[in-house]
Design a protein around this ligand. Structure first.
Ligand SMILES: Nc1ncnc2c1ncn2[C@@H]1O[C@H](COP(=O)(O)OP(=O)(O)OP(=O)(O)O)[C@@H](O)[C@H]1O
Ligand SMILES: O=P(O)(O)O[C@H]1[C@H](OP(=O)(O)O)[C@@H](OP(=O)(O)O)[C@@H](O)[C@@H](O)[C@@H]1OP(=O)(O)O
Ligand SMILES: [Mg+2]
Ligand SMILES: [Mg+2]
Length: 347
């Protein structure tokens, strides 16, 4: 933990600095050791716009957190010093820079480790940790839709699907998630023959009817928050018998509005039980080795507690989460406090 160690009196301080409890140390005459937490960020322009909203910047400033843009054209070692680095840049070069920097500066918290994030950049590995989760059946069942990975040769898809015994309709998703809009282009395939029109590499996932509502579960460290979003509508037998072909969707989730204040059937709107979400968040945090992500969850239509996880995203659109500025700044301060405590106890 880097303590910048300036000594000042509250009333003389130009900026209002709320010194985190574990970091403040009263000195003679009521002065406090002013501590600044320096958080470097390497984010795309789009992410900076959606995440670094004025309300977050203002609160961070009040709490003594400096958010500093990392210049990726300059060596990282020449910038900072940083206490924490936030990042969502998928290039191999950046990941190497970050790993080298972390080897040199293990005291800096990197949120999160690039190799752990990489797990979420592939729609097969992202769900692997979920498929053997064993959440207590008391709270409900959490699983993933059956899916098949197709690497190449579209003409082989109908046979591969039949052999795997997947049930139509199927959602086709690009295998790799690399931040491009192309990696969010989905298709819904109604019949086997049309599957050969798809463009591998992709995953084919069974479509699960869920009443058109999706639960976005945001995880920021130990805090979990869930919101409702409109999702794809259910597909019934009539639709299945009367539709052929592949329906393409540019980016479903981006267009999906919040359904938190919509007048919905209570069976469909009911949020997943809190204990289930707590357990899920804790398990996934540990298994994925990540602290900043969200999980897209749906409840199978007609069931009370059968949930499917269909997507996991690293450093998602936290700016859309109500009250994120408080949760995120507290999260950063907690990291600093635990490091400081460790430092004091020599741990
Ligand atoms: N197996 C499924 N069954 C039912 N609906 C699905 C399924 N998979 C995806 N969907 C619908 O399609 C949407 C987009 O799918 P998904 O979340 O996998 O894509 P994404 O591009 O990774 O989204 P995001 O922008 O959240 O990263 C979901 O939010 C949901 O509405
Ligand atoms: O667009 P937003 O900022 O809100 O965030 C979206 C984010 O885009 P960004 O990282 O470019 O911001 C996406 O990341 P990539 O896969 O494209 O890298 C993905 O994580 C979505 O799930 C996020 O939406 P949410 O799930 O929170 O609704
Ligand atoms: Mg999604
Ligand atoms: Mg996604």
């Amino acid at each position: 933990m880097r303590l910048h160690g300036e000594v000042s009196f509250d009333e003389d301080e130009e900026e209002v600095v709320m010194v985190p409890a574990a970091l403040s140390s009263p000195l003679n005459g009521g002065a406090v050791a002013v501590t600044r937490l320096v958080v470097g960020y390497a984010l795309t322009k789009k992410k900076v716009k959606s995440f670094l909203q004025p309300k977050l910047l203002l609160l961070a400033r009040k709490k003594g957190i400096s958010l500093v843009a990392i210049d990726d054209t300059r060596p990282l070692a020449e910038q900072g010093p940083f206490d924490i680095i936030l990042h969502k840049i998928t290039s191999k070069e950046w990941q190497q820079v970050l790993e080298d920097y972390h080897d040199e500066h293990p005291e800096v918290t990197v949120l999160d480790p690039p190799n752990a994030i990489n797990h979420l950049n592939n729609r097969q590995s992202m769900l692997a940790e979920v498929s053997d989760l064993n959440l207590s059946s008391f709270y409900g069942e959490v699983c993933t839709p059956r899916q098949l990975v197709i690497m190449k040769d579209p003409s082989s898809i109908p046979t591969a699907v039949a052999m795997a015994g997947l049930t139509l309709p199927l959602v086709a998703k690009p295998l790799v998630v690399d931040g491009t809009s192309k990696s969010h282009e989905l298709s819904l395939a109604y019949d086997e023959a049309s599957l050969s029109m798809l463009d591998p590499p992709l995953v084919l996932q069974e479509f699960v009817n869920h009443g058109g509502i999706l639960f976005k579960v945001y995880i920021i460290g130990e805090t979990i928050q869930v919101v409702r979003r409109f999702s794809l509508p259910d597909v019934n037998t009539y639709d299945l018998l009367n539709n052929v072909g592949v329906y393409r969707f540019p980016r479903v989730s981006c267009a999906a509005a919040s359904a938190d204040h919509a007048d919905l059937d209570p069976h469909i709107a009911e949020l997943p039980p809190r204990p289930l979400l707590e357990k899920l968040g804790k398990e996934l945090r540990g298994r994925l080795g990540l602290r900043l992500f969200n999980v897209d969850m749906i409840r199978e239509l007609g069931t009370k507690d059968r949930y499917y996880i269909i997507d996991i995203n690293y450093f998602p659109g936290f700016g859309k989460m109500p009250g994120y500025e408080h949760i995120f700044t507290d999260f950063l301060l907690n990291i600093a406090q635990s490091k400081y405590k460790k430092c004091l106890t020599g741990g």
